[in-house]
Design a protein around this ligand. Structure first.
Ligand code: ADP
Ligand code: MG
Length: 826
């Protein structure tokens, strides 16, 4: 209940509102003097000691009522609707500091859910052409449309005349095209519009543009609305690269817009407010007004149905506005909203949407983790029988970082629950030996170990490194890849099932149907970023809750790692083995190729070896192979006849690859030309030069991984990047980073900021829900908050069985779309 003075004011306001809406708003025709009447009561209200929330609401009321009496009927009606909403919020109890969000009934919740999946085609204004364009953007339902947030907001609360524009400020102005043409300032080509209104003229200028498109776009006499920063040039006001909208043109193609002057309701969507600007996608940008109308329809009809079921107390604590409110405001902000925050994606509406996405991500991860903790697993009786023997065999001592990580693994393995651990370590930090020792701890207890690598060549490499050591301990290991003959696979399968093979190394062939283990105790996955969570789950299924260790050389900033692998514990090898030489990295262009060859010759004459790598460009493996093959021939015949040049690629048979690798290791091959196959895992300490062809095509972490193949011996090494022109700005930046640092962690951060985390890890392949609003880098703070709330929610209700968590559970299932094994929560 509101305090008595307020109560009186609310009642006073309610009367005319009831009248106004009477007879389906036809009373509006006779309603007079509403503005001064409301203003009077607003005065009284605003001197009361009100909560911030109510003050804001009254201020909103004031904005809505301004100019009311002079408006046309349609606009009046729209305003009254707005005012009624505000009035309802004002009546809400203030002990809830946020607008109350009515909790739906179960039937309502399901009906709303169904409604939100209405096909976008059924929305007024969406014809077949537009729905095709929207489909390309993955907008199929009205819910998708709600998530299609404006890419920017324009302040059209005040549209100025040209004479009112202030130089140096962001302004919005309306005018008519007087002239449109190209001009030259010295060498610089510009496209220029002269815009005029009754108070003066203004120039709009573009410096980067498509001449044909721009010429076709503007006609003399066309009415435009534009915004941007106002500048002064030779006493003339101008705006560079304005945000702009053609006012009339589109009206003619739109069925509603052919009347004289835009209808009153239209005005309130496109003018006199903060206006959303949607994607620049071809086919949408030119139809801003149409899209805006459609989004207004969607928002008016469907936003209020959005409800995800985040517990009320979490919303209160985190200051979240209701989801429905967030959608409404993200598309059509209220007049008093902060435009800067909106444009930065930090408004309360954005905040709510982002939190919502993160929260359900973290709830899923929390469930996964708690599930794992409660599961029973193998408590390995680690005896160190084999591991001690192995340490005797190694020509080196483990680094302190390796020792620390091993003790973390050992203590996990002794627990009667399955281990779920992520092992991070830069290229060359010595993860393989850690994996081997962990495997031996499992074997000591009478179990088998499986090691899965992303490529055949890497699996072979592991196998070749591991087999001699393991055999000296009297244990048996085998390589299982898809290139084995059927008969070989079968006999191997038998031995794995019988348990006479202790350690199985392989590719994803390991997780295929038909591979059965006798007693799989530990599953290790190398280079996790190549595999998805699902594959991890599949390998796990091969045993009875085996322990799982995943290894990755792609260092991920800790906050992000926590999230992406939120169900995993993390161990980090943050130290390279001693005695590694430095690596110098330099970029060359095609003309400098001979310098690269000179360096190669010098190094090989000193007894060193080199790699030359060709990129694998999407879907043209054949072409690359051709490039690599030709290059190997060319190098052998024309450039280095005195040395032996070898060639390795993914299409060779296993034995052939093995022979070539062995030849390279024993220095019978000096220069190894390869396709991308050597990206991971190969280890030849005597190789001191890495040449990467078409370096501009590789991603940063890929380049870093490749470079990690050298610098493994004591001698200084070199990484020579041959990059072609043209290079994109991004490519240029990647090459620069490569020259500047060899620190994998720093490179990962740079990569993250160049590409964004979605691409870096790919939510698709990592098995996480999709993100439509949230951004891991920008919103990392909210991620932390969401994680905290989600984990504490799950700790109170570990399988979401409380009735108040029912809707949350449903939303969770929807967002994760089967990517979460929800057996435990039903
Ligand atoms: P990655 O972490 O990239 O998988 P590897 O396991 O392939 O690295 O190890 C790289 C090289 O370092 C191998 O030749 C390995 O034998 C060697 N190595 C591993 N640990 C040590 C150590 N503690 N001291 C010296 N060399 C080591
Ligand atoms: Mg490795």
């Amino acid at each position: 209940m509101a305090p008595p003075e307020l109560q009186q004011i609310l009642e006073a306001i309610e009367k005319p509102l009831l009248f106004a809406s009477g007879h389906d708003y036809s009373n509006l025709k006779t309603l007079k003097g509403l503005e001064p009447y409301m203003a009077l009561w607003l005065e009284k209200a605003l001197i009361l000691p009100l909560s911030q929330r109510r003050q804001d609401l009254f201020n909103r009321l004031r904005t809505q009522i301004k100019g009311f009496d002079e408006m046309g009927l349609a606009l009046k009606k729209a305003r009254v609707l707005e005012i009624q909403k505000i009035y309802n919020d004002l009546k809400c109890d203030d002990s809830a500091p946020l607008p109350c969000q009515p909790w739906p009934t179960q039937a309502e919740f399901h009906q709303h859910h169904k409604d939100l999946h209405t096909s976008i085609q059924f929305i007024k204004g969406v014809g077949p052409r537009l729905s095709a364009i929207l489909k390309k953007k993955n907008i199929l339902t009205v819910e998708d449309a709600l998530y299609f947030l404006p890419r920017a907001y324009q302040d059209r609360r005040q549209i100025k005349t040209i004479s009112q524009l202030t130089v140096g400020k962001m302004e919005t102005v309306m005018g008519t095209v007087l002239r449109a043409d190209m001009s030259y300032y010295g060498k610089r080509r510009t496209f220029e519009l002269a815009i005029g209104d009754e108070t003066g003229t203004l120039a709009a200028k573009w410096f980067n543009f498509n001449p044909r498109y721009m010429k076709g776009r503007f006609r003399k006499g066309m009415r435009l609305i534009l915004s941007g920063e106002v500048r002064l040039f030779q006493f003339q006001k101008e705006i560079h690269h304005p945000e702009l909208e053609i006012i009339e043109e589109e009206e003619q193609t739109h069925q509603e817009g052919t009347q004289t002057g835009p209808p009153a309701k239209e005005e309130s969507i496109h003018f006199g407010r903060i206006v959303p600007v949607y994607s620049e996608t071809e086919g949408l940008y030119q139809r801003q007004r149409l899209i805006r109308r459609i989004m207004k329809n969607v928002s008016d009809l469907f936003a209020q149905k959005a409800f995800s079921g985040i517990p009320e107390e979490v919303c209160q604590r985190q200051n979240l506005i209701p989801l429905s409110e967030a959608f409404r405001k993200a598309h059509f902000p209220d007049a008093e909203d902060n435009i800067t925050l909106l444009n930065e994606g930090k408004s309360p509406a954005h905040r709510r949407l982002i939190f919502d996405e993160f929260f359900f991500l973290e709830i899923g991860l929390a469930l996964r983790r708690s599930g794992a903790v409660m599961e029973t697993g193998i408590a390995f009786p680690v005896t160190h029988l084999y591991t001690n023997q192995l340490r005797q065999l190694l020509p080196f001592a483990l680094t302190p970082a390796q020792e620390r990580v091993l003790s973390e693994i050992e203590s996990d393995m002794r627990q009667p629950h399955p281990m779920n651990r992520l092992l991070q370590g830069d290229v060359g930090s010595g993860k393989t030996i850690v994996a081997l020792i962990a495997g031996l701890m499992a074997i000591e207890g009478g179990y088998q170990m499986a090691l899965m690598a992303p490529t055949e060549i890497l699996a072979e490499q592991h196998f070749l490194n591991i087999r001699p050591l393991v055999e000296k301990l009297g244990l048996r290991t085998a390589l299982l890849t898809s290139s084995l003959k059927k008969s070989q696979k079968e006999s191997l399968g038998k031995e794995i099932r019988a348990g006479t093979i202790h350690m199985v190394i392989g590719t994803h062939a390991l997780i295929q149907e038909g591979v059965e283990f006798h007693r799989l105790g530990l599953a290790i996955i190398d280079e996790q970023h190549k595999f998805g969570v699902l594959q991890r789950a599949n390998l796990k299924k091969k045993g009875y809750n085996p322990d799982v260790l995943v290894m990755t050389a792609t260092p991920i900033p800790r906050t992000l790692a926590m999230t992406l692998y939120g169900d995993l514990e993390i161990s980090v090898i943050d130290q390279l083995p001693p005695g590694r030489g430095t690596i110098t990295t330099r970029v060359f262009n095609e003309k400098e190729r001979f310098r690269v060859y000179r360096i190669l010759r010098e190094e090989i004459s000193k007894g060193k070896q080199a790699y030359v790598v060709y990129p694998l460009v999407e879907e043209s493996e054949r072409l690359d192979l051709k490039d690599a093959t030709q290059m190997a021939k060319h190098l052998q015949r024309d450039i280095f006849p005195e040395f032996k040049v070898g060639l390795i690629h993914g299409r060779l048979k296993s034995e052939e690859k093995e022979t070539i690798m062995a030849d390279f290791k024993s220095q019978r091959i000096h220069i190894l030309v390869s396709t991308i196959v050597i990206e991971v895992g190969i280890d030849v300490p005597n190789a001191s030069v890495m040449v990467i062809e078409h370096a501009e095509r590789f991603g940063l972490s890929q380049l870093h991984q490749l470079r990690g193949r050298v610098g493994r011996g004591k001698a200084p090494s070199q990484c020579l990047l041959i990059a072609q022109y043209p290079r994109t700005e991004e490519a240029q930046q990647r090459l620069r980073v490569m020259e500047q640092t060899t620190d994998g962690f720093q490179i990962a951060e740079e990569d993250l900021s160049i590409r964004g985390p979605g691409e870096l890890l790919g939510t698709q392949q990592s098995g996480l829900p999709d993100f439509r609003v949230a951004n891991f880098v920008r919103d990392v703070h909210l991620l932390g908050e969401a994680r905290k709330e989600a984990f504490s929610t799950i700790s109170r209700d570990p399988i979401l069985s409380l009735p108040e968590h029912l809707f949350m559970k449903e939303t969770l299932k929807e967002r994760w779309k089967g990517r979460l094994e929800l057996a435990t929560i039903g």
